[in-house]
Design a binder for this molecule. Structure first.
Ligand SMILES: [Zn+2]
Length: 437
């Protein structure tokens, strides 16, 4: 069987639209009645004003900043974001707080089950089945994605092995010891495990991983292919966040990601105006409404994720809408010397054409009146001095073609750049740090 939920995954478009509109209206009224944030925010708009999916566009977005403000009031620590009586809350999670004060996220048992169920779609779509022994190479702490992955694996019937409290070498030994054949990780950490395995004299392909599910960072197609080559396995991507949940995942056709309908209403809006839905193949900002989670109601949450809208229809038979690719975060897009620049383009070039580069870092700074963009590239051990010079020249050329910018390229010795297990921070805009001082 190819579907986790054959009925919900193959509905005709009109049925999805109808169900999502009716769920949206229900969530709208629920949020207005039960959450302090929406009691204020939705004042003056009534459920009866929402008669079509177009009418939804009149409702204001929810931004992270205002959520922080509403979190400050009682009941501690969720404040006006809570949609259920506090005694009903059964688990605490939070965002990582990389962009400011963390958001605390309450789940009731019912909401948590809803979240796990939607995650099952992601796992099943990526081909995870009861025959898989899945290694999760992280300590979970308060971060929701691991817990979702853990409980959804169990529900799908996989055998889940928690891999916290070990260093990377210890994790590699554990994978070998228990013969894990599935893994879930960030793309960066997948590459790092492979690198570490090689340094131990172990070919990553010999670990026996059949299937890998990635998340946590935008994964360019070239990075996905590189992981597939290293481990000789199938690698899948998905996208989500602590607040809106995971809302789209890649199926075995590996041609974009399916939006998990009708669990989520996802709008992909023109990034300048945030008004109009973009056309297929265009980049837009994802605005997400989870349609069945009551402990933490969210209406039109601005994820700030930039995605390319995908085509309709898929060889896997699922009928839900698709996104073609995750481009990055609106926060990551910068103007450098007047050119719009996305760090993901650099990663795509490096992973595709430069097998000899292990790690990298991009730095933008201002010297005098001029923006200077620098790539620090870490060479493979064993690269000769003359090949390092050649790589440098090739890097400058390829990056110029891909980004329209002239890079200052510095080659760094093996092992000198930081390694990341969770969200990699490979892009530094020092112009901004100056401005914020
Ligand atoms: Zn598909």
């Amino acid at each position: 069987m190819n579907f986790w939920n054959p009925y919900l995954e193959t509905l005709p478009r009109e049925a999805y639209d109808q169900i999502e509109l009716s769920y949206f209206r229900r969530m709208f009224s629920f949020a207005k009645e039960h959450s302090g944030l929406y009691r204020d925010k939705l004042k003056g708009i009534e459920e009866k004003d929402i008669r079509s999916l177009d009418d939804i566009k009149k409702i204001p977005f929810t931004e992270k900043e205002e959520m922080r403000k509403y979190q400050e009031v009682e009941p501690f620590p969720y404040g006006g974001l809570l949609g259920a009586p506090i005694e009903k809350v059964t688990s605490f999670r939070q965002t990582s707080g990389t962009t400011g004060k963390p958001i605390y996220v309450p789940e009731t048992y019912e909401s948590w089950q809803w979240r796990v169920e939607s995650w099952c779609h992601i796992l099943y779509m990526a081909g995870f089945r009861p025959r898989h022994r899945v290694f999760l190479p992280f300590g979970y702490n308060v971060y929701v994605a691991f817990w979702e992955a853990h409980f959804a694996s169990e529900k799908v019937g996989c055998e889940l092995v928690p891999g916290g409290a070990l260093d990377t070498k210890g994790r590699i030994h554990k994978i070998q010891e228990i013969r894990a054949n599935g893994m879930m990780n960030t793309p960066t950490y997948g590459l790092h495990i492979a690198e570490e395995a090689k340094s131990m004299g172990i070919d990553p392909a010999s670990l026996g991983i059949e299937r890998m599910l990635c998340a946590g960072e935008p994964m360019p197609p070239a990075t996905r292919k590189r992981l597939e080559e290293l481990y000789q396995c199938h690698v899948f991507d998905h996208i989500g966040g602590t607040e809106p949940c995971a809302w789209a995942g890649m199926c075995e056709a590996k041609d974009g990601m399916h939006i998990i309908e009708p669990f989520f209403l996802v709008e992909i809006l023109d990034r300048e105006t945030l008004q109009k839905e973009v056309d297929e193949g265009e980049i837009g900002v994802a605005v997400v409404t989870p349609l069945g989670r009551r402990s933490f109601p969210l209406i039109r949450f601005n994820t700030k994720d930039l995605v390319i809208k995908g085509k309709n229809g898929c060889s896997c038979g699922r009928t839900s809408k698709k996104i073609k690719e995750v481009v990055g975060r609106t926060d990551d897009l910068r103007k450098v010397r007047g050119v719009l620049f996305s760090p993901k383009t650099v990663e795509e070039v490096l992973r595709k054409e430069f097998q000899e580069v292990e790690e990298f870092e991009i730095i933008v700074e201002r010297r005098g009146l001029m923006d200077v963009i620098t790539l620090r590239a870490e060479a493979n051990p064993g690269l000769t001095v003359s090949s390092i010079e050649q790589t440098k020249a090739r890097l400058r050329e390829s990056l110029k073609v891909a980004t329209n910018l002239s890079f200052n390229v510095i080659m760094e010795p093996p092992g000198s750049l930081p390694r990341y297990t969770l969200k990699a921070k490979r892009f530094k805009d020092l112009r901004e740090e100056k401005r914020n001082e």
